[in-house]
Design a protein around this ligand. Structure first.
Ligand SMILES: [Zn+2]
Ligand SMILES: [Zn+2]
Length: 131
């Protein structure tokens, strides 16, 4: 699996947390809010891994709002999930491009968008190729 590094689309701060590891890699740290609860959530930085750690248990099916821990802006996409119609969460790849994940706990829909597909993909693969 490939590891991604992401940053806030608003303030460009890195969302990587080297102090907390998931899947033995540094995790992605965001602030979340759901059902009047607030806390931190850590996501695996391995693309395709759904491992998370959360201060609060998030029941399956819950819609969660994601926020940047640095500037507090909501990491919200203009898209909605094709599977369940929930709003998507958007984070920028440090290399360019956007990863979007569904904000509903348990929905595994996610997608990656590149503005300039060809050059971004080349950069992506040259960085993430293990060889
Ligand atoms: Zn930010
Ligand atoms: Zn969904």
């Amino acid at each position: 699996m490939i590891q991604v590094t992401v940053e806030c689309p608003h303030c460009r701060s890195s969302l990587m947390d080297s102090g907390r590891h998931i899947d033995r890699k540094e995790s992605i740290k965001v602030k979340i809010e759901f059902a009047e609860k607030q806390g931190f959530l850590w996501l695996s930085s391995l693309y395709g891994s759904y491992a998370i750690e959360s201060e609060h248990d998030i029941p399956l099916g819950t819609l969660t709002r994601f926020f940047c821990p640095h500037c507090g802006a909501e990491l919200r996409s203009t898209r909605t999930c094709e599977e369940c119609q929930a709003p998507m969460v958007a984070m920028n790849f440090s290399e360019g491009g956007v990863v979007q994940i569904c904000s509903r706990r348990g929905c595994k829909k996610h997608l990656i968008e590149f503005e300039d597909l060809e050059s971004e993909l080349r950069a992506f693969y040259s960085r993430y190729s293990p060889f």
